[in-house]
Design a protein around this ligand. Sequence first.
Ligand code: NDP
Length: 401
Amino acid sequence: MAVVTAAAKIPARRRVTILGATGSIGCSTLDLIRQSPEAYDVVALTAQTNVAGLADQAREFDADLAVIGDETRLADLRAALSGTNVEVAAGRQALIEAAARPTDWVMAAIVGTAGLEPTLAAVRQGIHVALANKECLVSAGQVFLSEVAAASATLLPADSEHNAIFQVLDTERYDCVDKIILTASGGPFLNASMQEMREATPAQAVAHPQWSMGAKISVDSATLMNKGLEVIEAHYLFPVGLEKLDVVIHPQSIIHSMVSYNDGSVLAQLGAPDMRTPISYTLAWPSRMKTPAPRLDLAQIGQLTFQAPDYEKFPALALAREAIRIGGPAPTLLNAANEIAVASFLAKKIGFLDISTVVADTLEQLLAKCGAVAPGSLTEVMELDNLGRRIAQEWVQKCVI
Ligand code: NDP
């Protein structure tokens, strides 16, 4: 992989920071840390609005710093942590400063492009950064990777598929790779009719059959945009070329991804669908650690099944592939439009099938205007992201139900 530099010396006691600590990934990460409290010092924990959850975590893990993104909640956080030694802060800049506070390892688990600047602040420390937040890599692509290289940071993929590939890909032998195959569960609507999807409610869309995750990624899994974002993420992390990046539907979510080599060998990583396993690999890398994740019982599972993705029923996956093919501003715009469309669906402003329509219409409108040049700086990424959000918002108004 292009972005893992060297196995930096791991101190016996590691300082760790978790951005997005109150979310699904943040809680799974803290659960691993809970297993070996003697091995970790928690430097900073962040959240956006969940004061009570953040304060509980900061107390339990004796964090140096707790930051709430929503500035209006600073007084509540201060009150919730009174009588402790935990320093408190609030606001966007405080989140970025928390990410920049000296530490050894950062989990980047803020959802969406909101995580980009804090994650980059962590990257600039030149430390180990576990990347769960796929949107920041999709949105900032080469800008993000250039920062990783400039800081000699070590980027460790936490997303289960990329973590699986990271475990089985021989990065010295890219020329021997035939295909990288990302598996997809297919989400809650794999076997639903178009009519059922048209009428799908947010509650139905977030009810993922295999994984317990935050609302945004759950909706992305239902549209298969999540797999599309992951193909883009893989395109940046594992430079084999778009034509060698495949997706296969595997509803049991036991095989997390595979690499097919030119001698016919296919190497796969398997495990129970529990994010603590891939997260632990980023925490312990280049070693491994014990986790409380359930062990696989293949005899009990019985069958592993596979099918090709249906690109017509799930156009988001095709849109993401097209965004890679077009390159330039397309991935940034796709991600921005998708964030707006998903938030609008969750707010019941648009229907489930409108999500992909809003993304497609935004891309169609903006690509002609934005040209073919990829953003070259963080400022350009943010400008494009804002433009994509604004136009997607306009398309949302046209779809409003
Ligand atoms: P959640 O929604 O569960 O958690 C998101 C976290 O980010 C929370 O701590 C939340 O705080 C915080 N947050 C939300 N909005 C902002 C903001 N604007 N600024 C700063 N912090 C914010 O998400 P997940 O844990 O499910 O996912 C996190 C990331 O990891 C996503 O990018 C997702 O795609 C990726 N990922 C997740 C997987 C999973 O299994 N969940 C698997 C692979 C990747 P608060 O609680 O206060 O709202």
